[in-house]
Ligand binder design. Structure first.
Ligand code: ZN
Length: 163
């Protein structure tokens, strides 16, 4: 396993739309392992492949920092979102030391494929719902700053220049 370098927010790869995973190969399984290790090392609650420079639809999540259970999801997508929204503080490994109040759907339903090929459906709320939305945004080239309004973004312009 290997800890991989996390790309910073100006890296153009973070703006690309990632490719679907057609087949679960050894390469994909190794990538998932490396992503788990990279996320754990950086104490993240989620990581998407573009963050380590790979434009593929794979995310790892662990919103429960008290355990070492990581979930890998291939080709994840949000299939339902609640109309009810929730604003909470959110960070991103691509924006070190920056925490922003981001408004997101309070509950989501997501689908994806596990490493063993099994298809799963997740009903999530609270932090898990937030992490899923955040990581799936990464697969579509969307970053947390895109979720801010003009004034919120203007207020953090100096911090952004330092990253
Ligand atoms: Zn992120």
């Amino acid at each position: 396993m290997a800890v991989l370098e996390i790309r910073k927010f100006k890296d153009p790869i973070l703006r690309q739309k990632s490719q679907d995973i057609e087949e679960i190969t050894d390469e994909i399984r190794k990538l998932a392992q490396d992503m788990k290790e990279t996320m754990e090392k950086n104490q993240g609650v989620g990581l998407a492949a573009p963050q380590i420079g790979i434009s593929k639809r794979i995310i790892v999540i662990n919103p429960d920092l008290t355990n070492r259970e990581f979930s890998v999801l291939l080709n994840p997508k949000i299939t339902k979102i609640s109309r009810e929204k929730e604003t909470n503080e959110e960070g991103c490994l691509c924006f070190p030391r920056l925490f922003l109040k981001i408004k997101r759907a309070k509950e989501v339903e997501a689908e994806g494929t596990k490493e063993n090929g099994e298809k799963i459906k997740i009903n999530a709320k609270g932090l898990l719902a937030r992490v899923l939305q955040h990581e799936i945004d990464h697969l579509n080239g969307i970053l947390i700053i895109d979720r801010l309004n003009f004034w919120q973004r203007w207020k953090i312009r100096k911090e952004l220049r330092k990253i």
